[in-house]
Design a protein around this ligand. Structure first.
Ligand SMILES: CC[C@@H](C(=O)O)C(=O)SCCNC(=O)CCNC(=O)[C@H](O)C(C)(C)COP(=O)(O)OP(=O)(O)OC[C@H]1O[C@@H](n2cnc3c(N)ncnc32)[C@H](O)[C@@H]1OP(=O)(O)O
Ligand SMILES: [Co+2]
Length: 134
């Protein structure tokens, strides 16, 4: 069911500093910050030859990543995103397998304009999983 690795997301306490690190120190192609209020984050995409890195910083009150940064003030890997061909079928299968789909279970439109869902980290070895429909 899961396909390619779409991105690895890193929550960062200082987005401007992280952008400089990836651009200057790591020589990566760093995109512009994008505010996504519907997700409660500002995101910067770094394009790699085989996947993307998604830098995340909280946006507004009640950001879903605020708690993570409180627990990890220096930042850290926040989630991994796998691609799926049929998000509804994936949700049905995962729920039948006992996995918890976060939120109200309905897909949101993610940063790439595609439907996304999240699976509880406690159900997958402490790893927050995002599924993006391609
Ligand atoms: C850019 C747009 C989009 C895209 O298109 O790519 C995105 O990626 S948006 C990214 C931001 N949105 C989300 O992350 C939505 C899904 N996340 C959530 O709903 C919440 O973050 C969460 C997973 C429910 C956690 O919320 P939190 O407030 O931290 O709740 P808890 O404190 O109760 O956490 C429960 C438990 O889980 C541990 N935890 C929390 N976050 C993570 C994480 N990223 N990875 C692993 N584990 C995580 C947390 O430590 C708690 O564990 P215990 O303390 O052991 O109970
Ligand atoms: Co993501």
């Amino acid at each position: 069911m899961i396909g390619r690795l779409n991105h690895v997301a890193i929550a960062v306490p200082d987005l401007a500093r992280a952008m400089v690190q990836y651009r200057a120190a790591l020589g990566a192609e760093v995109g512009p910050p994008q505010d996504l209020p519907e997700h409660g984050v500002t995101v910067v995409f770094i394009t790699l030859p085989n996947t993307k890195i998604e830098l995340l910083h909280p946006l507004g009150a009640g950001s879903p990543i605020a708690g993570f940064l409180e627990k990890n003030p220096g930042g850290g890997i926040h989630h991994i995103c796998y691609e799926v061909e049929d998000l509804a079928a994936a949700r049905t299968h995962l729920q039948a397998e006992g996995a918890r789909v976060l939120g109200d279970g309905r897909p949101k439109i993610g940063a790439h304009g595609k439907p996304v869902l999240f699976l509880h980290p406690k159900d997958f070895n402490g790893c927050l999983i995002e599924l993006e429909e391609i």
